[in-house]
Design a protein around this ligand. Structure first.
Ligand code: SF4
Length: 318
């Protein structure tokens, strides 16, 4: 790959080490890095490089930075994909709370270990009325929930369940709030055995940071939906698999990508992008009637199971 301002090896490492350290790893740990593409004009080259090195490529909006050395010792040092060295304008940093207020956010999706931790977040978002919970432990939710799904002065509208135990617990709590259950090898049989299917039930396809996790947890989606024909809402799975368009979801500000003091934090951004937002479609998707509105599948589902799950829905077949 050709880029301007080719730095020396020492300059590359010095520039890399001047970047903010990843919060959960020492700056010297380069083993989980990605190729950061900071200029659209070199994206194709960055993608080709990513394929060659087996590394994800992410778009970043930074003034400068560098691709670190690969886990294999001293095999390669490459600069961040930037076509020019033109100075960039400093971007004002806004906190998540300020952004939520200015956007008139209507809902708050809280991922937390337990209910007590989740509720500590609420005072920071006084204008948000609807709450969605994704907890590791839902102990205490039934007792905390009031009439009309009231929760700490707000309204609980949805919960996410990663396991059968969580789904069973949540569905046993009286209320109108939705229960969105992860579709995995561990929940598939339980889901198929539901009779009747609760009206509050919905499904979502989990995403994974590593392909091995996808191999371990993902079901064969086409086989599952051939048996599970209930018309429950399904998130994260294309219409060509479920037989109906995915329900629309409001736009979400993923604050896990941000530094606590505000602004995008590059390592959190890269990690969240790979974990949750890195999706792709197949080349064969082009004639599909859902093409414009469809994100495809998460990249690690595709890496683990192939593109074959995506089969275009043609206009004359509808
Ligand atoms: S665009 Fe592709 S992934 Fe999406 S529904 Fe159509 S064939 Fe499936």
């Amino acid at each position: 790959m050709t880029v301007s301002n080719q730095p020396t090896r020492a300059e590359v490492l010095a520039a890399y080490r001047s970047l903010p350290p990843r919060p959960d790893a020492p700056a010297a740990d380069l083993s989980r890095d990605v190729i950061a593409c900071g200029d659209e004009s070199v994206r194709e080259a960055a993608l080709a490089l990513g394929r060659d090195l087996g590394r994800p490529v992410v778009d970043v909006d930074v003034a400068s930075g560098w691709l670190p050395e690969t886990p294999a010792p001293a095999r390669v040092h490459l600069p961040l994909a930037m076509a020019s060295s033109a100075p960039t304008t400093a971007v004002p940093q806004h906190t998540a709370e300020a952004l939520a207020a200015s956007a008139n956010a209507t809902g708050l999706w809280i991922c937390a270990p337990d209910l007590a931790s989740a509720l500590t977040v609420l005072p920071r978002y006084p204008g948000v009325r609807a709450i969605e919970l994704e907890l590791d432990d839902y102990t205490g939710l039934a007792a905390a929930l009031g009439s009309g799904d009231a929760l700490a002065g707000r309204r609980l509208v949805r919960t996410r369940a990663a396991t059968v135990a969580q789904a069973t617990l949540l569905l046993s709590i009286p209320g109108d709030f939705g229960v969105v259950v992860a579709l995995t090898k561990a929940t598939a049989s339980w889901l198929k055995a539901l009779d009747p299917v609760p009206s509050r039930l919905a499904l979502y396809q989990p995403t994974h940071e590593r392909m091995t996790e996808s191999l371990h947890h993902d079901v064969d989606l086409r086989a599952f939906f051939a048996e599970f024909t209930q018309t429950v809402p399904v998130e994260g799975i294309p219409a060509c698999v479920t037989g109906r368009p995915a329900p629309s979801r409001p736009r979400v500000l993923d604050t896990a990508m941000m530094a606590p003091e505000g602004g995008l934090e590059i390592f959190r951004y890269a990690q969240r992008y790979i974990h949750a937002h890195y999706k792709a479609r197949s080349l064969r998707c082009k004639p599909c009637v859902h093409y414009e509105s469809c994100d495809g599948m998460h990249i690690n589902y595709i890496r683990a199971h192939g593109y074959g799950v995506m089969q275009p829905v043609l206009a004359d077949a509808e």
